[in-house]
Design a protein around this ligand. Structure first.
Ligand code: AMP
Length: 396
């Protein structure tokens, strides 16, 4: 997929509207995780060095068109200044005179953050008048927020119809990594999908089956597949009503020549809590009063051997209840194996979506994966093969 980037525009002395992801966790007015801010730093630094007037657009929380202190982007100003190491001004609205006054006073290279775009109902409606009001303050639109690109909002999609629009460096990095993961991957590709439920990942499984060579299914969702194959899963998390769906997915996989790798053994616990009494069982002997909380050591061996044969791995969802030791064991072991092979150049690995980032951080391997996406919903929709409006509009 070819898309326009910062290399395609001359930004010197221009007013550049940069859509960024500043939807960061805040506790008592303090930003507790700087990852998302660090990711946008290269784009902002580059624009600063090229003498652009940098005007940051972002949403925060879900204010649904209402102005509120708790959703004000004022709260991220201090963290943004610290990470960027640049002077930063704040405008109390993203459109109208309040924004204009601050922008008119900018010198080349200055950075201004505009207040929450979602304080206006027109943002989420992708209202043409609201998009035009945003566009009035800029000459060029740079989208650096992949995490918001699955939504056709005024600041993610509408603006790109009005101004010349390009991907920022964070967006570019994400798109290039995803292209390597699933767009034009080096084969064989193995997908690892875990997590709680099949019901939340039906589209994802259907899409992956058509694109990958092998699909590892772990986590609570594997129980639904095991039960659908006639195995007893005791008190495990299991969507028995999805047995037909699970069988359909397995048939589709066979038709698409995608190998499905299900667990062959399981760690069973008797309470859903850390350090609960537990034991390893073969799948034909799961106790009726127990819960499968992790895949077992033989399954880990099998998964790791599939990874040894792979050139690309994409990963969403933990293999077990990784928040509760020792039911994190399989997730950690497989994550380390993927990381090790990635580090030595044998594997391209892309992970992301929901709890996956937390699980890979917990395993201490996030740095060694080829790419970890922090995008959440947008990453999942990409894995589901859905069009991302904020990306499509940047295509060449
Ligand atoms: P998801 O958001 O769908 O990726 O699900 C992640 C959640 O699935 C995590 O909170 C895990 O604790 C949970 N999970 C994974 N495996 C199991 C399991 N075997 N039983 C219960 N919960 C699980």
């Amino acid at each position: 997929m070819a898309f326009r980037t910062l290399d395609d525009v001359d930004v010197a002395a221009k007013r550049v509207l940069v859509r960024v992801d500043l939807n960061v966790p805040v506790q008592n007015g303090v930003v507790t995780d700087l990852t998302r801010i660090e990711r946008i730093k290269p784009t902002i630094n580059e624009l600063h060095q090229k003498g652009a007037k940098i005007i940051l657009l972002a949403h925060f929380g879900r204010p649904k068109g209402e102005v509120s202190e708790e959703n004000s982007l004022k709260q991220v100003v201090a963290a943004l200044r610290k990470v960027l190491g640049l002077p930063l001004h704040f405008a109390p609205d993203c459109i109208g005179a309040a924004a204009e006054d601050v922008i008119n006073a900018m010198a080349d290279g200055d950075v201004v953050l505009l207040e929450n775009t979602r304080f206006h109902a027109g943002e989420e409606k992708n209202d043409a008048d609201f998009a035009a009001a945003l566009a009035a303050n800029g000459d060029i639109f740079v989208n650096d927020a992949f995490s918001a690109a699955h939504r056709a909002h005024a600041s993610t999609e509408g603006l790109a119809h009005i101004l010349p629009a390009v991907a920022g460096r964070a967006m570019q990095g994400e798109l290039e990594a995803l292209e390597k993961g699933l767009g034009q991957p080096v084969r064989p590709v193995v997908a690892i999908v875990g997590g709680a439920k099949v019901s939340t990942k039906l589209d994802l499984l259907s899409n992956l089956i058509e694109k990958v060579d092998a699909l590892v299914i772990g986590g609570g969702m594997a129980n639904t597949f095991l039960a659908a194959s006639g195995l007893e899963v005791g008190k495990s998390l299991c969507e028995h009503d999805l047995a037909d769906t699970a069988r359909k997915i397995m048939r589709k996989a066979e038709d698409s020549k995608c190998a499905i790798i299900l667990p062959v053994d399981a760690i069973v616990g008797w309470h859903f809590e850390a350090h609960a009494p537990h034991q390893n069982y073969g799948l034909d002997a799961i106790p009726a009063d127990g819960m499968i909380l992790d895949v077992g050591p033989l399954s880990v061996e099998r998964i790791n051997s599939a990874i040894n044969d792979a050139s690309t791995v994409i990963w969403n969802g933990p293999l077990g209840a990784f928040e509760l030791a020792p039911f994190d064991k399989a997730t950690v072991a497989v994550a380390r194996h993927v990381a090790e092979r990635s580090k030595t150049g044998k594997l391209i690995s892309v992970g992301g979506g929901g709890d996956t980032v937390a699980a890979l951080n917990h395993a201490g391997v996030a740095e060694d994966f080829t790419y970890i996406s922090t995008a959440g919903g947008a990453f999942l929709e990409w894995m589901e093969g859905k069009p991302l409006p904020g990306v499509d509009i940047l295509k060449k």
